[in-house]
Design a protein around this ligand. Sequence first.
Ligand code: MV4
Length: 521
Amino acid sequence: MGREQGVRVWVTMFKKILIANRGEIAVRVIRACRELGIPSVAVYSDVDRAALHVLKANEAYAIGAAAAGESYLHSGKILEAAKRSGADAIHPGYGFLSENAKFAQACADAGIKFIGPGAASMQMMGSKTRARQEMEKAGIPFVPGTSRGLDSIEQAKDVAGKIGYPVMLKAAAGGGGKGMRLVGSAKELPSALEAARGEARQAFADDEVYLEKAIVNPRHIEMQVLADEHGNTVYLGERECSLQRRHQKVLEEAPSPRVDPDMRRRMGEVAVRVAKAAGYWNAGTIEFLVDQEKNFYFLEMNTRLQVEHPVTELVTGLDLVQLQIRIAAGERLPLQQEDLMIRGHAMECRLYAEDPNDNYFPSPGKITMLLTPAGPGIRLDSGVYEGWTVPIDYDPLLAKLVGYGQDRAQAISRLVRAFEEFFVAGIKTNAGLFQRILADQDFRSGNIDTGYLERLLKSESVEPKKDASDVAAVAAAVFAMLDSAPRARSNGAVCNNPADGADRSATVSGWKRAARVEGLT
Ligand code: MV4
């Protein structure tokens, strides 16, 4: 039900929602559907027949082979499943088809509501040069540089000379770091331009490249916005996303330790202007680069729900996925900017199936044992379960462990405690990395920028303070009970004890560890 100039307008909520995604985000959307009383439809590829999202949805449809192009990225198959199931809306999650303007249009053409922004906004933000042109028109502060593709090396040299080195070459069709080149001087420019063009052509079949002034040691801070389809837009505060490795976010938090209320208001107001300039509706995120002097510059807009949305949910008390659905159903925003309050502090750790001893290379496989943390201030958005085999075919994100507290220190200590509770066997994870980050003095004092994580990983690996005797003792008890489980493993499958993550030499089998602990007690 919505309100239009004092006249009540009845909004019909969706009858059924198809989730065009997998893993933890599909589960997250299914939860929102349940709370709204809307039946959910899962889709799954051949390797996801027994995936968690399939088990949790009200119904599920097979859509094809493991390769994403044959299943989760195949708009025809997804639309067909929507028609077969009678779904009248599709939530795309993140990744896959979520920022595909053609898919959003195909949904509209098929009479199915795409839960997200309009195709035109997605298209505008999909081209970084187009986005810069629109921001220029709207008077939004963006990183100095060109707003059109470079025509020649002479032009590139001319612009770079004017704005000053170092500069950044970026692919117009890029984003997220792909096809990006840092250029320190004029003499490096010709070869860098050639390389950037080649990479862009290869990755995006589009060799348009533009140039920006390089911001040295920037912070990456993004602002969540929410807009209804009636022209109302609000900002929901920022997320600090500077902890990244190879352009992959690892840990995010809200609020940012670097942003004070005045800066939040200024960034938020700019973000709302960006959204309005894009004719935007539904949930969106405006990314900013923040320099050492706390100047912020528009970088790009992500036209989807983001992985890290839970930290915003925890500090605002809002359910972003429910709001996305209600907005898509035609409702008006249930809050005004003055109603928004940021309370407490939230921090998200992205748990990946990857091997810390092998340069964080993906490490899929069967989860033979899983103990998950819970308790005060802990939220776990997971897409996996004990006994499930993590397929090699997709992003290896297992779950997001989110800590919430009255302040940053409490959020951190709750996460530290949660990682002590967490135990997984059968696959390797990056859990140990978080124990290092959360114990690090620079991190604890909020002294972080986009170079922080690479510096930490290069620095000497520190011995973990605590041993893992408590979780290992539980493991020992469980293994003793299920005495066939460890023997069934042919090669002594590796048990990744997260408390050992910092110890690069320690890949001990769960069975051996359990036996060792038993021997001690
Ligand atoms: C930049 C930059 C410095 N100056 N642009 C990387 C991902 C993409 N979204 C933009 N990125 C950057 N753009 C200018 N003009 C530094 C980065 C950057 C970065 C940004 C956010 C988070 C982590 C990063 C790591 C390295 C470089």
